[in-house]
Ligand binder design. Structure first.
Ligand code: SAH
Length: 259
C-alpha cells in the first residue's frame, strides 16, 4: 500500500526550507523532511547530518557542505546565510538541512532572520532534537511522573569553547531536576562541579549518550562526581548528550535499542 499524505506543501523554486534532519537514524525524519530531500535542487548541510540521510537526496541536487571539513574552519554564520540567499535568488529550491531541530542550539533563528530580512520566503520543518531522540534511544525518559515535572535543555559550550557565561547553573541546579546538556563533553568537569556547588548530590546519576540513534550509539551511566573521569577514560566520541537526573536510573530497565 502506498501511503499518500494529505496536503504536502509544494517546495516552490526561490524558497528556502530550513529542515531538521533529526539526530541520525533516517527513520526519524519527518514526512516534510523526506519530501524536501527528494525535491531540493540545492542542499546546504551541516557536519552533524547523517550520511544515510544525505544518501536519500536527489542525486541531481547540488550539495554544499557548511560544516567543518578537513581541518579548514567552518564557514561563518553570515557566509551560510549569504549562500542561502544567493541560491534562492537563482529560483531554485534550497534545502538547509541541519542536525536535530533547527531551533535547538542550531542557529536556525539566525538564518531564518537573514532570509526574512532579504525577503526570501522560507518554511521551517522541525526535527527531532538530540535531547529528545537521543534520550528515547537510550531508554531515558525526559520526564517521568514520580521523578520530575520540569526538564531543562542547556548548552555546555559557548562560542569560544568555554562554559557559556549566561547560564545560571545555581538556579538550574535548584530548578531543573533533569538537565539535558548539549555540547557538554569538553566542559563536563566544570559543569559537574557547578551543579554540585549548587547542591546537587555528587552520586546523582548521569548518562552520556554518544552518537545517539546511530549504529555506533553508546550510553555510559555514571555519577555527577565521576562523569568527567569516566568520559575521559572511555574516550567517548562526539557528538554526545549529557543527562543529569534520576530519570537516568530507568536506562537499565528501558534500554531497548541495540545498535
Ligand atoms: N540542532 C541540534 C543540536 C546542535 S548542537 C539538535 O537539535 O539536536 C550539537 C550538539 O547536539 C552536539 O554537541 C551534541 O550535544 C548534540 N547532538 C547532536 N546529534 C547528536 C547525536 N546523534 N548523539 C548525541 N548528541 C548529539
Amino acid at each position: 500500500m502506498t501511503i499518500r499524505f494529505p496536503d504536502i506543501p509544494a517546495f516552490e523554486p526561490g524558497t528556502v526550507w530550513l529542515v531538521g534532519a533529526g539526530p541520525g537514524d533516517p527513520g526519524l525524519l519527518t514526512v516534510l523532511a523526506l519530501h524536501a530531500l527528494s525535491e531540493a535542487d540545492v542542499i546546504v548541510y551541516d557536519a552533524l547530518v547523517d550520511e544515510r540521510i544525505l544518501a536519500l537526496t536527489n542525486p541531481a541536487a547540488t550539495r554544499i557542505h557548511a560544516g567543518k571539513r578537513g581541518g579548514r574552519p567552518s564557514p561563518s554564520q553570515a557566509d551560510i546565510s549569504r549562500t542561502l540567499i544567493k541560491e534562492a535568488r537563482k529560483s531554485v529550491r534550497v534545502l538547509r538541512l541541519k542536525g536535530g531541530d533547527p531551533f535547538i542550539f542550531g542557529r536556525g533563528g539566525e538564518e531564518a532572520r537573514a532570509l526574512a530580512e532579504a525577503g526570501i520566503p522560507f518554511r521551517l520543518v522541525p526535527g527531532i532534537t538530540a535531547g529528545i531522540g537521543g534520550l528515547a534511544y537510550a531508554g531515558i525518559p525526559a520526564t517521568h511522573r514520580d521523578i520530575n515535572s520540569a526538564v531543562a535543555f542547556v548548552t555546555g559550550h559557548a562560542v569560544g569553547g568555554n562554559l557559556p557565561d549566561d547560564v545560571d547553573w545555581e538556579a538550574l541546579g535548584r530548578g531543573a531536576p533533569v538537565l539535558v546538556i548539549y555540547m557538554a563533553l569538553n566542559n563536563i568537569e566544570a559543569i559537574a562541579h557547578k551543579l554540585i556547588e549548587a547542591g546537587r548530590n555528587p552520586t546523582e546519576p548521569v548518562a552520556i549518550i554518544s552518537r545517539a540513534t546511530t549504529p555506533t550509539q553508546s550510553v555510559l551511566q555514571t555519577t555527577l562526581a565521576a562523569a568527567a573521569h569516566e568520559a575521559r577514560v572511555q574516550s567517548l566520541k562526539p557528538p554526545a548528550i549529557v543527562v543529569v537526573g534520576r530519570t537516568v536510573e530507568l536506562h537499565s530497565i528501558l534500554n531497548w535499542f541495540t545498535p
